[in-house]
Design a protein around this ligand. Sequence first.
Ligand code: PMP
Length: 351
Amino acid sequence: MSRFWSPFVKDLVPYVPGEQPKLDNLIKLNTNENPYGPSPAVLEAIRGELDASLRLYPAPNADLLKETIAEYYGVTTAQVFVGNGSDEVLAHIFHALFQHSKPVLMPDISYSFYPVYCGLYGIEAKALPLAEDFSIRPEDYRGENGGIIFPNPNAPTGMLLPLAGIEQILQANPDSVVVVDEAYIDFGGETAIALVDRYPNLLVTQTLSKSRSLAGLRVGLAVGHSDLIEALERIKNSFNSYPLDRLAIVGAVAAFADQTYFQQTCQAVVTSREALTKGLEELDFVVLPSAANFVLARHVERDGEELAAELRAQKVVVRHFRSPRIEQFLRITIGTPEQNQALLHALGKLL
Ligand code: PMP
């Protein structure tokens, strides 16, 4: 801190991202990346773009990508917004679409960036407790609020709220923007994008970081009513009129085009998740039912933080959160079958 800092910056509590250790011999299962890597077609498209020209600015509206997404989801380009990862898209949503004078509703165990954005924009974050079984209770999302946000599947629980629950929240809050953060939807959920034409207050965000294995490229998107999208465009254009760089645009377009690779790798993650869940249960872990590319699991006897540290000493990195109710849990990203086997083997030695 220095005397040059504004009071606003002094009070900011920034987000702390998961550790990105050097990979030498580490099995990295801590930040929900996809173990399979992007489609070869994506790499080819990016190489082609490198050979073209980085001298030129990118397309100001990333039109090609918006058209690709609009066609993929059967919406219009006016219903699509893109940004540098869904984190940036979410930041613009908090800025442009939530009423800053009223509390924003979110689950108490959820993506820890939401309270950070609330702090950034001076919004009160109202955390609603999950049910006993860690599911979201749609009936609690009601009353005066400046907006509603939750991941589906939720993170870090991995648990899915069926579309009927989302509709219940939308119907109870016709005057609030309801944001469904679908960062992990492709690993077992049904997207709420099908509902955007019926609910003008619904905004769905997604990312190419997980199911399309492009965390390093930073591409996220939002789909909703064109009025909501227009507000996001206004904010974005007030910061920077180029939503994405040239490599990100061509890479993302190629990722949506290679549906076969996408389906195969998502299926491989799902199969691997089922095998890992079974393996963990055999080692006396309680595993929450996950529709994501990670599981949240607690050993019946061992302390979560200690276990994470012992695994780290065995060169397996998983995530531990100190938050209430989940401090005994480990969040484990689904790896390849070989990585999962190595994790189970390391756990077998520690238990
Ligand atoms: N939402 C949730 C629930 C997440 O877990 C993440 C990943 N940390 C994000 C959004 C952001 O992902 P990205 O910025 O890579 O699109």
